[in-house]
Design a protein around this ligand. Structure first.
Ligand code: BGC
Length: 447
């Protein structure tokens, strides 16, 4: 047994969510369409033709949900600002009602003693900007810069904790190369441009927050997954190394001032490196972040496969290897989080790490008012022990934000993939605290 007290009094315990996944209310109070609103209307893109509305109706139910977060013992509430609520066309006209919503939300957090951690970009680009090229367009720096300026000037006296981007590797690869997420593109050149623009926006966004917010605590988040070669064969080891560059190094290294990672023979990285040389401002990729957000959901085992473009790495699924996994097939491997925390900590320039997301998806069943999701509690139990172990070994990891408070719109997986500590009946919006929610309450309030 371990206790929350062992993490220290200053450890940040929180929950995280995102505007597009929770708010609903897509065309209320002047909000413009986002790329996910548009993408979800394309046939076959989202499971069961799910749309990101009403999601869990957070736009109207935020007070109840914040009460739930507080009641379960959390002290930090991470949410993102919908760019399309503030700037319905992405640029130009500011929507006052959109600004007002986040004032209400922030004020309610502060009233309840929940520290708001605000993400500036969690994947919901205004559709109007996608028409102009989206993240693949160099103009994104100007567009994003303005959005960040508006948000920080508006809320900077109330909010001190800012997260610039949520998982740039996620939205650039899934959105511009693999076509699984909005805007659904599959194009190498767009992907490479999006990588460089997102890496620049990450640093530029940090600089804007620093200028506008006194005593700001600024971070950005990276997805990470330990990549394990299936065998000791050199080809499998090389495949794992290539995927590791993409999944774990591509965005943090330029942010820390090391430039893009290089690897002999990795054509994709060579192309990125060559392209980025031709672009402007390569010297502006670095920013001195106060903290690095790490989001680790699974480890991944791969073997060499020539057919997979560029990385030549094929996943050997957890189910095939008969090792524990969640309902999305993601391997449960808490030790891999421990190793990733140690690894990131060893980079020169990382001052503080916060686990800004972690959680598990299960096919929860609500039976007689109870969701007995033992696996999810076990997942948190194991992953938190890994965090504690890293902390005891000297890693400056200062927080853990559970993904997520309520079941919500899980991107292309729609509504069946549930990650919440609180069950949502999407027809009635009835909330039921799952046993994992009670597990957190006991862990935070009674240990
Ligand atoms: C994203 C969340 C998402 C979660 C589970 C993270 O990569 O930031 O938006 O819901 O993973 O898939």
């Amino acid at each position: 047994m371990f206790t929350s007290a062992e993490f220290g009094n200053d450890f940040l315990w929180g929950v995280a969510m995102a505007a597009q996944q929770n708010e609903g209310a897509p065309d209320v109070d002047g909000r413009g369409p986002s790329i996910w609103d548009t993408f979800s209307k394309r046939r076959g893109k989202i499971k069961d033709a799910g749309k990101p509305w009403p999601a869990c109706d957070f736009y109207y139910r935020y007070k109840d949900d914040l009460m739930l977060a507080k009641g379960l013992g959390f002290k930090v509430f991470r949410f993102s600002i919908s760019w399309s609520r503030i700037l319905p066309e992405g640029t130009g006209r500011i929507n006052k009602e959109g600004l007002a919503f986040y004032h209400r939300l922030i004020d309610e957090c502060l009233l309840l003693g929940l520290t708001p951690y605000v993400t500036l970009y969690h994947w919901d680009l205004p559709q109007a900007l996608e028409k102009e090229g989206g993240w693949a367009s160099y103009h994104i720096l100007k567009w994003f810069g303005r959005f960040v300026t508006i948000c920080t000037q508006e809320y900077g006296d109330k909010v001190k904790d800012w997260i610039v981007l949520n998982e740039p590797m996620g939205f650039t690869s899934l959105g511009y190369m693999l076509g699984k997420h909005a805007p659904g593109k599959k194009n190498l050149n767009l992907f490479l441009s999006a990588i460089h623009n997102a890496a620049l926006a990450q640093a530029e966004g940090g600089r804007i927050v620093r200028t506008n917010v006194k005593k700001a605590h600024i971070g950005t988040t990276f997805s990470c997954s330990e990549v394990i070669p299936y065998t000791h064969k050199p080809a499998d080891i090389a495949a794992a190394k290539r995927l590791d560059i993409l999944l774990n190094r591509l965005f943090i290294e330029p942010a820390l001032g090391y430039g893009y990672p290089q690897e002999e023979g990795f054509v994709l990285m060579d192309k990125l490196y060559m392209q980025s040389k031709a672009w402007k401002y390569t010297d502006r990729l670095k920013f001195d972040f106060d903290f690095i957000g790490i989001q680790n959901y699974f480890s991944i085992t791969v073997k060499h496969n020539q057919i997979i473009p560029y990385v030549h790495a094929l996943e050997v699924k957890a189910a095939t290897r008969k090792v524990p996994h969640t309902d999305l097939g993601w391997e449960i491997n808490a030790d891999s989080l421990y190793r990733m925390l140690k690894r990131y900590w060893l980079y020169g320039g990382v001052k503080e790490i916060i686990v800004t997301e972690g959680g598990a998806c299960y096919k929860d069943k609500l039976i007689n008012g109870v969701v007995d999701d033992k696996e999810r509690s076990q997942y948190f139990n194991d992953y938190l022990q890994a965090v504690l172990k890293a902390k005891k070994k000297g890693v400056n990891v200062n927080g853990y934000l559970a993904w997520t408070l309520t079941d919500n719109f899980e991107w292309n997986e729609g509504y069946k993939a549930r990650f919440g500590l609180v069950h949502v009946d999407f027809k009635t919006q009835l909330r039921t605290i799952k046993n994992s929610g009670y597990w957190w309450r006991d862990f935070l309030l009674h240990t």
